[in-house]
Write a protein that binds this ligand. Structure first.
Ligand code: SIN
Length: 278
C-alpha cells in the first residue's frame, strides 16, 4: 500500500509495522487518520516511537477511531478517567495484565475493536515485550475440513477466566463478570476476511459439543494460535505506543523483568458484535 503522510516499516511479513512521521499529540488530519487506519488494517498492529501525549491527547487519538470503552471489571486507578486502563508492574507484582494469549475483553457482547497502549516506563534489557499474533493467518493455517467444522460453531467467553489473574494482582472480588457467546470464526467488518476468534484468556466452552470434545478442540486451537510464524514481538522503549486490532489479533504481555517497573496507560476503542458471514 502507498502512503503519502506516514512511513510504514514492516516488522515481519505477517504482522506488525512501525509508523514514522506522526505526532500523536496533535489533531490528525483526515488523510493521516485514514492512512493510520489503512496501515492498521494491513498490518493488524502498528507501533509508534518517541511520542509525548497527555492523558487527554491519548484519549483524543483513540476517539478518532470510535467511542472509548470502559473496562467492565478492571481496577479504576484514575477515577477521573474511567476509560483509561492503567498498565503497571513493579517490584511487588506477582502477575501482570495480559500474561495469557488473548484479545481484549471478548467477554463483552460488543468487544473492543482496538486498543492503544502507551508506555512511559519500561524495564531494561528489552524486558516486558508484547507478542502479537495474526488471527487471519491462524484461520488460514487450518485444514479446510477443520475450517468448515468451526465455521458453524459458537463459543462462550467468560471474564471469570481472565479474573483469575486479575484477582491475584488486585484482590478485587466485588464485581460481576460478563460472559457471552461469539462465533468461533468471525468476519472482519472492514476487511471481510475470516479470523479465528477464540482465546485462552476468555474462551472456556464450545456450544453444542460435549465438554471433553470442546476442551480438546479449544486446547488444539489455543496451541495453533501460538504458532511462531503467526507472530511478531514488540520491544518497548519509553514513550512507545502500540495500537492493535482486537478483531484480527491476539497478544500476550511477557513478564520477564521482575523487580523492574513497567508503567503506562491503555485506551480501548469500542467495537461491534462479532458476526460470521459465509
Ligand atoms: C494488555 O493490554 O493485555 C497488556 C499488554 C501489555 O502490557 O503489553
Amino acid at each position: 500500500m502507498a502512503y503519502q503522510t506516514i512511513e510504514v516499516r514492516k516488522l515481519t511479513p505477517v504482522i506488525g509495522a512501525e509508523i514514522h512521521g506522526v505526532d500523536l499529540s496533535k489533531d490528525l488530519g483526515n488523510q493521516q487518520f485514514q492512512e493510520i487506519h489503512d496501515a492498521l488494517m494491513e498490518n493488524l498492529v502498528v507501533f509508534f516511537r518517541d511520542q509525548k501525549m497527555t492523558i487527554d491527547q491519548h484519549k483524543a487519538f483513540g476517539r478518532r477511531f470510535g467511542k472509548l470503552h470502559v473496562h467492565p471489571n478492571a481496577p479504576q486507578d484514575l477515577p477521573d478517567h474511567k476509560d483509561i486502563l492503567v498498565i503497571k508492574a513493579d517490584e511487588n507484582s506477582k502477575h501482570v495484565a495480559g500474561e495469557e494469549w488473548h484479545s481484549d475483553v471478548t467477554c463483552d457482547e460488543e468487544p473492543p475493536m482496538g486498543s492503544i497502549l502507551y508506555l512511559h516506563t519500561v524495564p531494561p534489557d528489552g524486558g516486558g515485550a508484547t507478542m502479537f499474533a495474526n488471527m487471519y493467518a491462524a484461520f488460514d493455517g487450518l485444514s479446510k475440513p477443520m475450517q468448515r467444522f468451526l465455521e458453524g460453531l459458537t463459543a462462550v467467553h467468560d471474564s471469570a477466566k481472565a479474573h483469575f489473574y486479575r484477582v491475584k494482582t488486585t484482590d478485587r472480588d466485588d464485581k460481576t463478570y460478563p460472559r457471552t457467546e461469539h462465533p468461533i470464526v468471525r468476519t472482519h467488518p472492514v476487511t471481510g476476511r475470516k479470523a479465528l476468534f477464540v482465546n485462552r484468556g476468555f474462551t472456556n466452552r464450545i456450544m453444542g459439543l460435549k465438554k471433553r470434545e470442546g476442551d480438546a478442540l479449544l486446547e488444539m486451537l489455543f496451541q495453533h494460535i501460538e504458532t511462531p510464524e503467526f507472530q511478531c514481538r514488540f520491544h518497548w522503549q519509553p514513550n512507545s505506543v502500540a495500537f492493535w486490532d482486537n478483531r484480527a489479533t491476539q497478544h500476550r504481555a511477557l513478564f520477564d523483568y521482575h523487580p523492574h517497573r513497567r508503567y503506562g496507560h491503555r485506551v480501548t476503542v469500542c467495537g461491534d458484535k462479532p458476526f460470521y458471514r459465509a
